[in-house]
Structure formats: structure tokens, C-alpha cells
Design a protein around this ligand. Structure first.
Ligand code: 0X9
Ligand code: ZN
Length: 305
């Protein structure tokens, strides 16, 4: 399938999701949760039997524009759940809500020229500055702008003028406000560095249930490492402790403000000479091994209910 053999455009992402809905209406439902600054659709795909009150796994990808491998990883999870009957049991008792491309303006900008390849932020113009964009992963309203974020609109880690100033982060906020009771697991997919991170990003203190977060992350990392043809090894820990302090992240907000106990940030492979640029030949090995971790997460959530 061409979808995983190149880095496709946002329009092609939407077309792929629409095809899945047409071909599998019994388990797939698309929902637009909003529009980006430049008017692109923020599409969420629901995968499941539609059983009310079933636990939901929420995944977003591509919040940072240049982290191109994130979107195909989410699309591969979607394709395996929907199109591979061998994985049908994963959505029998669990609903999946997945947004494979949450920062489409930034993504398209990073595709527009090699000069823009490392664009990270949104594309909303800033008042009183010629610099464009906010770091959407500094823009969430829990311990917003308390460290590891910038008040300078020209910075790559600009927190924005206020929490949820960006239509993309506000769309996530509104979705969670309406659906928080069912959401039992949150994963935001980034790159790179092979980390499974959990809160907090705003402080080096650990959440009360850090041991639970650590144990579930290890259960996800084990099958990824076992399946890896790239020799992937994952580092697991709290964001501040194993990476750096950074406030206003989506993972801190879903846990701290919404109360989703299990909240993670996956940093996929890259690095070395590739960084944010895994060649297209590496898309498949990365997305295939990453999916093994999501099988483990899906089975774990199913086992709780
Ligand atoms: O800095 C980030 O937003 C993430 N790393 S990245 O290289 N993909 O930009 C890490 C975010 C971890 N979570 C929090 N700090 N809340
Ligand atoms: Zn990122």
C-alpha cells in the first residue's frame, strides 16, 4: 500500500480515512473535531463496535509538524485495526479514537520546501510579531508556561498567548471535555529518540501512580523491542526526569486536568543521521514494530474492563 511507502499529504490522509469509512461502515466512523487555522479538517477516526461505555483509547499524532513518522504510525495502527481481521478482537471491547494528523498546517508547511522541513509549530500568525506559530505541545492548560517553554513568539517552544490559543489544541480540549469519562488511555505520538514518556513534564516530581505508568509502558516497549528489525531500545520514565522539563504538554493536561490515569508520549525511532528524516524505506519497519506496542496497550485496557 502506497500509504506507508511515502510521506503522504494531509489531503491524502483525509482521503484514506474516508475510504476506510466507506468500506467498513460497521466499525468506522469519522468525526471532524474542528479546523486548523488555515481551514484544514481535523479528522478523528472512531474504530469499534460502538458499544456504549466501552473503554476508549485516544491517540493523536503529528502535533509537531516536522515529526513526519508520527502520522504514518497512527495510520498503520488504524489500518491494522480496520483492515486486518486478525486484529479484530482489539476493537471488540475497546473503542479507539485516533487523530493521525493534528497539526496539518504545520505539516504541509514542512513539506512545502526543504527550507521549511524542520518547522515544528502551528501556523497561526502572532499579534505584534512577524514570527508565526505556537508550539502546540506547550499550549495545553495545565501548569501552562511554568517551565521549559517560551514567551517569545519567535521561539520554537513558544507557549502561545494563552492556553488553548490554537484551534488544533482547542479542538482536543473540547473533545476531551465531552468524552473524558470513557477515555482510559492517552497516547501522543512524536519523534524522535525512542522514549516512552509519562507525566510530569512540568516538574521532576513523579505522579502518585508512577509505578503503574512505568509498568504499563514496559509492557508496551517489550514487544516493540522483540519485534524490532532496527534494534530499537526504549527508554521509559517521566518526561522531566528522562528528557527535559517542558510545561503545557498534552500528556500533562490529559492526566492533570482531565484525569486520564494512563497518559503517554511516544518518541519514535529516528536519530542518528536520520533525525526527523527517516527515509521512506524506514517507514514500514518503524510503523510495524511500533504497532506491537499498541497491541499490548489494547490488550491491557481490554483486560481491565
Ligand atoms: O518537547 C516536546 O514537546 C516533546 N519532545 S519533542 O522532541 N517531540 O518535541 C516531549 C514532550 C514530553 N511531555 C511533556 N513535556 N509534557
Ligand atoms: Zn514532538
Amino acid at each position: 500500500r502506497a500509504v506507508f511507502d511515502e510521506y503522504i499529504s494531509h489531503a491524502e490522509v483525509l482521503a484514506y480515512l474516508e475510504r476506510l469509512e466507506r468500506e467498513h461502515p460497521e466499525i468506522v466512523r469519522l468525526e471532524s473535531i474542528g479546523r486548523s487555522t488555515e481551514g484544514r479538517d481535523l479528522l478523528l477516526i472512531h474504530i469499534g463496535s460502538g458499544r456504549p461505555n466501552a473503554p476508549t483509547i485516544f491517540i493523536d499524532a503529528g502535533i509537531h509538524a516536522r515529526e513526519w513518522i508520527a502520522t504514518p504510525s497512527a495510520l498503520y495502527i488504524i489500518s491494522q485495526l480496520v483492515e486486518n481481521p486478525a486484529h479484530a478482537r482489539l476493537h471488540q471491547n475497546v473503542n479507539w479514537a485516533i487523530i493521525p494528523a493534528i497539526n496539518p498546517d504545520g505539516y504541509e508547511f514542512s513539506r512545502s520546501s526543504v527550507l521549511n522541513r524542520l518547522w515544528r509549530k502551528t501556523r497561526r500568525p502572532n499579534q505584534g510579531s512577524t514570527c508565526i506559530g505556537t508550539d502546540p505541545n506547550r499550549n495545553f492548560g495545565y501548569q501552562w508556561n511554568t517551565g521549559g517553554a517560551s514567551t517569545n513568539p519567535c521561539s520554537d517552544i513558544y507557549a502561545g498567548p494563552e492556553p488553548f490559543s490554537e484551534p488544533e489544541t482547542d479542538a482536543i480540549r473540547r473533545y476531551f471535555i465531552n468524552h473524558y469519562t470513557e477515555i482510559k488511555l492517552y497516547v501522543t505520538i512524536h519523534s524522535y529518540g525512542n522514549y516512552i514518556l509519562y507525566p510530569w513534564g512540568f516538574t521532576s516530581e513523579l505522579p502518585r501512580d508512577a509505578l503503574h505508568l512505568q509498568t504499563v509502558a514496559e509492557a508496551a516497549a517489550r514487544p516493540i523491542e522483540a519485534a524490532s528489525t532496527l534494534g530499537s531500545r526504549y527508554t521509559i520514565g517521566s518526561s522531566t526526569n528522562v528528557l527535559y522539563e517542558a510545561s503545557g504538554g498534552s500528556d500533562d493536561w490529559t492526566k492533570g486536568a482531565i484525569g486520564v490515569d494512563l497518559s503517554y508520549c511516544f518518541e519514535l525511532p529516528g536519530g542518528g543521521s536520520f533525525g526527523f528524516n527517516p527515509p521512506v524505506a524506514m517507514i514500514r519497519p518503524i510503523v510495524e514494530e511500533t504497532f506491537e506496542g499498541f497491541i499490548a496497550l489494547g490488550e491491557y485496557i481490554a483486560s481491565l474492563y
